[in-house]
Design a protein around this ligand. Structure first.
Ligand SMILES: [Zn+2]
Ligand SMILES: [Zn+2]
Length: 233
């Protein structure tokens, strides 16, 4: 098999893993990519000059990614990469901590352009997340008509609301099967949410009895409606 065909194959099967993960495939690949990014950063790149310049230009990470990074509890790495930022803040010359430029990134995704990281003061992890999001969405668009993909997709948890919105911004129309499946997922969530509210309403005469799964619908509401934490860089 030629190299590029082999690579396409790899990309396809990685996407299939994401579709079969039980989560939004974009959220899933984003989580895997960021986990790899943070681990590589902590183990190899704390003193990498390019990374440090990017972090300085951004004034640090955005709040979401700073807290994700803190979960690794690598105190020394965090101290080393933040000392110069805190010193600059003390002198009053630092850039404010990086913002998560949601509007700018969505616009960039629509136009298919990429900014250079240091040019816009974007959080370094947001830049990685944005690239991964665009790449997964492109793969879904590329394989949207593939029968194997569609069969797995229509049996999956589908996309979260924000990632489906981004997918819809493609120029080419999406296959009916994919659109219908997204619609069904939201219809089911609406029904489950209404049922949960009825079950919690003490004055409601015919309160439904909920299964264990139905009692945690609020978790699905958050994951479906907002995507996983940090879903939109
Ligand atoms: Zn998502
Ligand atoms: Zn960020």
């Amino acid at each position: 098999m030629p190299d590029d065909a082999n690579q396409k194959h790899m990309a396809f099967f990685k996407l299939m893993d994401a579709v079969n993960s039980g989560q939004c495939p974009v959220c899933y690949q984003l989580h895997v990519r960021l986990q790899h990014y943070f681990e590589t950063l902590l183990y190899e790149n704390v003193n990498n000059r390019e990374f440090r310049a990017e972090l300085r230009a951004a004034g640090g990470f955005c709040s979401t990614h700073a807290h994700q990074l803190a979960q690794y509890k690598d105190g020394l790495a965090l101290a080393v990469m933040h000392l110069e930022l805190i010193q600059a803040a003390r002198r009053g010359v630092s850039a404010p901590p990086a913002r998560s430029p949601l509007a700018a990134s969505a616009q960039t995704a629509r136009r298919g352009r990429r900014k250079t990281a240091a040019s816009d003061g974007q959080c370094p992890a947001c830049r990685v997340a944005q690239q991964q999001t665009e790449s997964t969405l492109q793969r879904i668009r590329r394989y949207a008509d593939d029968p194997q993909f569609l069969a797995a997709y229509t049996d999956s948890a589908g996309l979260c609301v924000p990632h489906y919105r981004l997918l819809q911004q493609a120029d080419a129309p999406l296959p009916d099967q994919l659109v219908d499946h997204q619609q069904r997922i939201l219809e089911t969530l609406v029904e489950q949410t209404s049922r949960f509210i009825d079950a919690e309403n003490a004055s409601f005469e015919h309160r439904p009895t909920l299964s264990q799964h139905e009692r945690t619908v609020w978790k699905q509401i958050i994951d479906r409606y907002y995507g996983k934490s940090g879903a939109l860089p």
